[in-house]
Design a protein around this ligand. Structure first.
Ligand SMILES: [Cu+2]
Length: 228
């Protein structure tokens, strides 16, 4: 092979390598595109509160990553689905019920033990109101439901890890869980509001922040706020 031929081959391989690196980096940096939304618009009369029930599970038990922690949502039609983009009407009260099936641990950052941005800055744990949760007490915190741009955050208290916990979603009310309720008002401005969990719950990943924490559809998603 001539000198220029060799040079051409090397250059060609170099371009392919750079392309591959960019492709991998883009894959790591951009979350997957939402596959549809669960629509809560029209699930109640205009101006009336919307009720939304979600659950958090220690392992989803199906799909590409059966061992991963995840959120699920119950559609207004009553079906549990693995989808973390929820379409909500703007400027409307949303009554959220979280069925929390995962165990917990002390928080690394006590900030996430605070309830903020909900109606009255409170949430309710199995019927008892709380505005902050000491994660060194009881079973600790499993996850948070946090919408940073709305200042909304609720610590989701863990269940006793010694119990036989649900390992395949959707979990049922017969399995050990905490029921956490709170309300918040969606903003008047329509748009995509990112939400996520701030407990590094990606077991087996670096600092717990990989896997389900950085993959769309498990520990994060969007509130798709639209005009009703
Ligand atoms: Cu989490």
């Amino acid at each position: 092979m001539t000198m220029s031929g060799r040079l051409g081959t090397v250059l060609g391989l170099f371009v392919v390598a750079v392309g591959l690196i960019i492709w991998v980096l883009m894959g790591l940096l951009t979350p997957g595109t939402p596959e549809g939304v669960v629509n809560f618009v029209g699930s109640s009369a205009a101006g009336q509160p919307v009720n939304m029930t979600i659950q958090t599970v220690g392992s989803i038990g199906f799909g590409d990553h059966p061992t991963w922690v995840s959120y699920l949502v119950k559609t207004p039609q009553g079906k549990w689905v693995h989808n973390t983009t929820w379409q909500l009407p703007a400027n409307t009260q949303v009554n959220v019920t979280v069925l929390q099936y995962d165990s917990g641990s002390p928080l690394r950052n006590q900030q996430w033990g605070q309830v903020t941005g909900t109606t009255g800055n409170v949430a309710s744990l199995n019927g008892t109101s709380y505005s902050t949760y000491n994660s060194y007490a009881g079973n600790g915190v499993g996850h948070t439901f946090t919408v940073p741009s709305l200042g909304l955050s609720v610590p989701l208290v863990g269940v006793n890890g010694n119990l036989s916990l649900c390992g395949v979603a959707p979990c049922t009310l017969k399995q050990p869980h905490n029921t956490i309720t709170f309300s918040f008002k969606t903003p008047a401005k329509t748009g995509e509001y990112h939400w996520q969990c701030f407990v590094p719950c990606g077991l087996g990943y670096l600092y717990g922040n990989g896997g389900p924490m950085s993959t769309y559809g498990y520990m994060g998603g969007f509130l798709d706020v639209v005009q009703q």
